[in-house]
Design a protein around this ligand. Structure first.
Ligand code: SG5
Ligand code: ZN
Length: 262
């Protein structure tokens, strides 16, 4: 199975305290999407994302990124279609970003880096009853990736940006309500790439159907600057800016990246 082999990860990170034994090896994420090597698959359906802003609960700094969490005890936020055979439920979204606008995304397109990347994390609620269960299983998770580019200010994102100063330090949590995650999707969600991969943070399990949007969204330099004002550290520690919270790229190892468009 995907989790049978183990190897020692040598990458160091605030969240990856020392060498860490992780599962897997053959289908890790993130990857570079080499556009000419992607394969068009006419069987790929349009994605159907249905979100209820009322289920938004809180925002927290987990010491690696900030997470906006949703009530996932019922099927109020679902993702279907696309490459997915089952129904998936949103539990949280978060971002990865760089210290400058020249890098920060986890995935790349023809080696092109973006200043940030959004991840909307969903788990398979047809087959599993809890996120924690789905995380360990093949086909347990579906994550939508959206690239952020610097341009004009993103109105939807601003409500989130305004909440960030309250969770500057690691482990801080504040209530956060009525946020529609759909407002962070690009206008065209029918064009995407998809491949089988892993979580990009511990537990790094190879349980993820990745759906990476072709279209990016635009945010302002000032909005990204507020992301960079967050801290990896708690109030007692020497301040360390939360930047460059992305994993290094992983080998494709014979996998195919499919595209929903030509
Ligand atoms: C898992 O992977 C982690 C998230 C982590 C994403 O969903 O969840 C767990 O391990 C809980 C069992 O971590 C948490 O939710 C903290 C408890 O998200 C982050 O750490 C924020 C970057 C990472 O998913 S990803 O592959 O989309 N980057
Ligand atoms: Zn992520």
């Amino acid at each position: 199975t995907a989790c049978s082999s183990k190897y020692v990860l040598s990458q160091m990170h605030p969240m990856w305290q020392g060498p860490l034994v992780v599962p897997g090896g053959d289908r890790q994420s993130p990857i570079d999407i080499a556009v000419r090597k992607t394969v068009f698959d006419s069987e790929l359906k349009p994605l159907v994302a249905t979100y209820d802003p009322q289920t938004c609960q809180q925002i927290w700094n987990n010491g690696y990124s900030f997470l906006v969490e949703y009530d996932d005890t019922t099927d109020k936020n679902t993702l279907k279609g696309g490459p997915l055979k089952d129904k998936f439920r949103l539990c949280q979204f978060h971002f990865h970003w760089g210290e400058s606008n020249d890098w920060g995304s986890e995935h790349t397109v023809d080696r092109r880096l973006f200043p940030a990347e959004l991840h909307l994390v969903h788990w398979n609620s047809d087959r599993y009853t809890l996120f924690e269960e789905a995380v360990m299983e093949e086909n347990g998770l579906a994550v939508i990736g959206v690239f952020l580019k610097v341009g004009k200010r993103h109105e939807g994102l601003q409500k989130l940006v305004d909440a960030l100063p309250a969770i500057r330090h690691k482990d801080s949590i504040v209530e956060f309500n009525r946020f529609d995650p759909g407002c962070l999707l690009p206008a065209n969600i029918d064009d995407y790439w998809t491949y089988h991969g892993s979580l990009t943070t511990p537990p790094l399990t190879e349980s993820v159907s990745w759906i990476v949007m072709k279209q990016h969204i635009e945010v302002s330099h000032d909005q990204l600057a507020v992301f960079r004002s967050l801290l990896f550290t708690s109030a007692e520690e020497v301040q360390k800016s939360m930047v460059n919270n992305f994993r290094v790229q992983q080998p494709l190892r014979g996998r195919t990246v499919r595209s929903s468009f030509t």
